[in-house]
Design a protein around this ligand. Sequence first.
Ligand SMILES: Nc1ncnc2c1ncn2[C@@H]1O[C@H](COP(=O)(O)OP(=O)(O)O)[C@@H](O)[C@H]1O
Ligand SMILES: [Mg+2]
Length: 241
Amino acid sequence: MGKGVRVISVINRKGGCGKSTLVRGLASAAVARGERVTVFDTDSSQGIYGWMKVAVRLGNWSDQAEVIHTYDPAEITARLDAIYAEPPHDHLVLIDTFGGASEALDDVVTQSHLIVAPIRPGRNDYTETMETLVWHERLKGRVSDPGDVPEYRIVVNGITPDPSATEREAIVHILETMPTIEEPILERKAYKQTDGEGLLGAIRDKTRKGIIQNHLTNALEEMNAVLDLLDGAIAGRMEAV
Ligand SMILES: Nc1ncnc2c1ncn2[C@@H]1O[C@H](COP(=O)(O)OP(=O)(O)O)[C@@H](O)[C@H]1O
Ligand SMILES: [Mg+2]
């Protein structure tokens, strides 16, 4: 059975924790699976929208994927309605945010199946990520049915091959206190490359150098594993309803 339409909001008040990196990676993984992808870029810096432009110019984009820059929850709703009205198909919808978890995001969030926040251990991300979790708890009090509020997952991002003692401590603390998924995202040059060039699979397929190809493949597989876990969380929730 197909996975259908899944809407994931990437939210963390902390800047630079890897929200847009996660969005680029998940979009790449879904395209590589043959799914359609729609990204709503709600960040005024238009990071993802600009990424798509560059990728198109370099020939590293896919006609399965689309990026829409908007701040307007009503536009997101209208576009989601249009997607749901299509014949059933696998479609990953990602909402990249500027951070600032505030009431302004309520309408966007309640339309998603899952909220995800990357966190970089040992970089003072903890407090702001906690605040984002508190915002998520409070959101349940603001909506008429708390069951409408999607679950929240944390993805540990930027793990280096040889983490410092501080980083290791931070990782343990995150795992003990936050709803973290099992697969971390490593610090990889491939993610910087995606940032400047386009979809992971598209870049990989054009690369002649075997070693770089391997790096890009590893990054794609990592994001594929993360997407599987997020999809698992969404599916588990749907079954419970
Ligand atoms: N896992 C990673 N490996 C390598 N670079 C990363 C990783 N995660 C984030 N970065 C880099 O860190 C910077 C900030 O990440 P970004 O995704 O833009 O954060 P946010 O969208 O949360 O502000 C970018 O330059 C990005 O390329
Ligand atoms: Mg960003």
